[in-house]
Design a protein around this ligand. Structure first.
Ligand code: DGY
Length: 334
């Protein structure tokens, strides 16, 4: 009888998903869901053929070199900037992420965050809870219009398109977008979306939603210079990754009312948040929960498990992990 492979589940996960993994592997699970420091992650990877990760675990060349037995890294996130994909590919390690299953849920949240920032929803709630609501006033907590205004999307992948669809079809918003590659004209037409250069996007959007993946190229894609080009009454929403926006520059722009408001679900150095952002009323702050509906998180966890099971040659999709990022490595594995 062949020995079962050993796998590591680096963070807490739904019990039913853990149970699925236990059916195939010897599983070491992270019982208390703590974020293991790099040295502890490395120690726990000894002898493991696969690892179930989240965005919190850094998988880099140094770690891979210490664990030549590792064959699969399956991330429970669509973003995989925590993983050095090239280093994995060069060492024949399969990497997967969880696209598609979170698209609509994440777009719902991005739209909600944009609306909350524009319509000052959390500011209004704090005002009410603080007992400051003593009378009606003509301009009390009056915010920016949403319906019929121009929606700007930076990064027009699956989630960007789902946000554009919400804006165009639900809120009558003309959509402009900027992306490295243009959408197929038929999709542009469906979404009522027009490709523009980055400068025009910044200048013309009433509400800018950022959905680009993080990479060294997208680091501080929005900094002081870009914020200075935005409309004074505009809002900015970031559901992409911390680091795409320069948070210190954004805090300054919000304080100076260079732009009206922001909605942020992701932060540079999260879970730490730039202290200036915490002091400002015109920013809505949430703790990286855009994909966090129960159904979607379960779907993400199951998809990451499907990938791990298949990547290590088990289950009905053995050898064909459904959302592999570098499937070519499987052909070369023994
Ligand atoms: C993703 O899937 O990349 C999210 O940001 C993590 O929840």
């Amino acid at each position: 009888m062949s020995r079962r492979a050993a796998v590591l589940v680096a963070r807490g996960v739904f019990p039913e998903v853990l149970e699925r993994l236990v059916q195939h592997f010897d599983v070491e699970a992270n019982a208390d869901d703590s974020v293991w420091p790099a040295a502890e992650l490395s120690a726990r990877l000894l002898g493991k053929a696969g690892v179930f990760t989240t965005g919190s675990e850094r998988i880099d060349a140094e770690l891979l070199d210490a664990h030549p037995q590792l064959r699969a890294v399956c991330n429970m996130a669509v973003g995989y900037n925590n993983i050095d994909l090239d280093a994995c590919t060069a060492r024949g390690v399969l990497v997967s992420n969880t696209p598609d299953v979170l698209t609509e849920t994440t777009a719902d949240f991005g739209f909600a965050l944009m609306m909350a920032a524009a319509r000052r929803i959390t500011e209004g709630e704090h005002f009410l809870r603080a007992g400051q609501w003593t009378k009606w006033s003509f301009d009390m907590l009056a915010g920016a219009e949403v319906h019929g205004t121009r929606l700007g999307v930076l990064g027009m992948g699956r989630i960007g398109q789902a946000i554009a669809r919400r804006g165009a079809l639900g809120f009558g918003m003309p959509v402009i977008y900027h992306n490295r590659s243009r959408l197929d004209p038929a999709i542009e037409q469906q979404l009522g979306a027009r490709w523009v250069g980055k400068a025009e996007l910044l200048r013309e959007a009433d509400h800018l939603v950022i959905v680009v993946p993080y990479s060294p190229q997208s680091h501080h894609l929005i900094g002081a210079a870009e914020l200075a080009q935005m409309k004074p009454g505009a809002t900015l929403t970031n559901i992409a990754r911390g680091g795409v926006v320069d948070d210190a520059a954004l805090a300054q722009a919000l304080r100076d009312r260079r732009i009206a408001a922001a909605g942020l679900d992701v932060f540079e150095g999260e879970p730490s948040v730039h202290p200036d952002l915490l002091t400002l009323p015109n920013v809505v702050l949430t703790p990286h929960i855009a994909s966090a509906s129960i159904a979607t998180r379960l779907a993400m966890a199951n998809l990451a498990a499907d990938n791990l099971i298949a990547a290590l040659g088990c289950g009905p999709q053995a050898g064909r992990p459904p959302t592999a990022l570098n499937p070519q490595v499987l052909a070369a594995q023994p």
